[in-house]
Ligand binder design. Structure first.
Ligand code: HEM
Length: 322
């Protein structure tokens, strides 16, 4: 990973670097029109740290964390003085075979803990605080599955940056100083056709993902006509520099209802990097050679947010008090 260097680890970022957790809730909300709703959102954002302490202090091993992120339309209401440089709504992508829809979302809460009851409790208190000012768009409860595998059976998250590479990949730096320490967030909820996936031979599944299934070794497909998911999601800029993102995908679903899914969440210093990954996956590289993972995974949602630093979040929360 390369790019403009971070000369310090920002202490001001939200808990983007929190380690993968056993449980998570992804809560996406729409905010009602009007000043009253905006004021209530400010107040709930301002109270988030206290709620985290209220729930999290009961068991420190529970490692409760919550990232609040804001969509572009709500951003304009909370902070008319200007948005983070790249913040814009999620643009739907029409590939020849598959579509990435764009769905509503003003607020995202990414709640993580080692205990699902912690996630549940924090979500309840948050929604109590927000009251009628919001409408639920989507609520997905994710769980960690075996050795961090997705429901397709592959270890998911291996190529994530670690240590000092996390801020380099996931946190805005001096290129947008007002919003340094923040992160662009893209979410997509996918449903898998597990029966069709299971009908493939393991070698075919491995070619699609770009890693072996049991021991998780990368497969070199530089010369292959049809690139794997891992290769389509590898992004270089015009100088040949590779750019990573930080993912915390979670399986979700219900065996009883036959629902098997992956909730994709990506944090990035540069929104264009995730947008380019999505174009390569859905349109293909070259066009037409799309990500075959999509033959077995249908995107149900798509939304873009910005998770500001703690100090910017506090400023947004307090702005209504002036
Ligand atoms: C159905 C949804 C998805 C599933 C099941 C999935 C699964 C996986 C798996 C198993 C890997 C290989 C191991 C790893 O490095 O994590 C991987 C790699 C990766 N995926 Fe996904 N993924 C999904 C959607 C996405 C989306 C929507 C994006 C970006 C927009 C994305 C970006 C990446 C990246 C950046 C890598 C690492 C590539 C590298 O090796 O450098 N994935 N994914």
């Amino acid at each position: 990973m390369a790019g403009q260097a971070w000369d310090r680890v920002p202490i001001d970022a939200q808990s983007i670097e929190a380690p993968l957790s056993r449980a998570a809730i992804f809560l996406v909300l729409e905010v009602a029109a009007g000043d009253e709703a905006t004021a209530s959102v400010r107040s709930a954002l301002g109270g988030l740290d206290d709620l985290l302490k209220t729930v999290g202090f009961r068991d420190l091993e529970g490692k409760l964390s919550c990232i609040a992120a804001i969509g572009s339309a709500l951003w304009d209401r909370l902070d008319p003085s200007g948005r983070p440089a790249e913040l814009r709504p999620f643009a739907a992508i029409e590939g020849a075979a598959h579509r990435a829809p764009s769905t509503p979302g003003d607020l995202l809460f990414h709640i993580r803990a080692e205990r699902f009851d912690f996630c549940f409790e924090l979500e309840k208190l948050l929604l109590d605080a927000l009251g009628d000012s919001v409408r639920l768009v989507d609520e997905t409860s994710g769980f960690r599955y075996f050795d961090a595998r997705d429901l397709l059976g592959f270890v998911d998250g291996t190529a994530n940056p670690v240590g000092q590479d996390i801020p380099e990949a996931a946190l805005v730096g001096e290129e947008d100083p007002r919003f340094a320490g923040g992160s662009y967030v893209v979410t997509q909820k996918y449903l898998h056709d597990l029966a069709a996936w299971k009908a493939l031979r393991a070698e075919e599944q491995e070619r699609i993902i770009g890693r072996t299934k049991v021991d998780n070794i990368e497969i070199d497909d530089d010369k292959a006509e049809r690139k794997s998911h891992k290769s389509l999601a590898t992004i270089e800029d015009e100088h040949g520099v590779e750019h990573d993102i930080l993912r915390d995908n979670m399986p979700f679903g219900s065996a009883g209802r036959g629902e098997f899914g992956t909730y994709f969440i990506g944090y990035s210093r540069r929104l264009w990097v995730i947008e380019k990954m999505l174009r390569r996956m859905f349109v293909g590289e070259p066009p037409g050679a799309y990500d075959r993972l999509l033959d077995f995974s249908t995107a149900q949602t798509g939304a873009t947010f910005f998770a500001p630093s703690r100090s910017v979040l506090a400023r947004l929360a307090a702005a209504g008090d002036a």
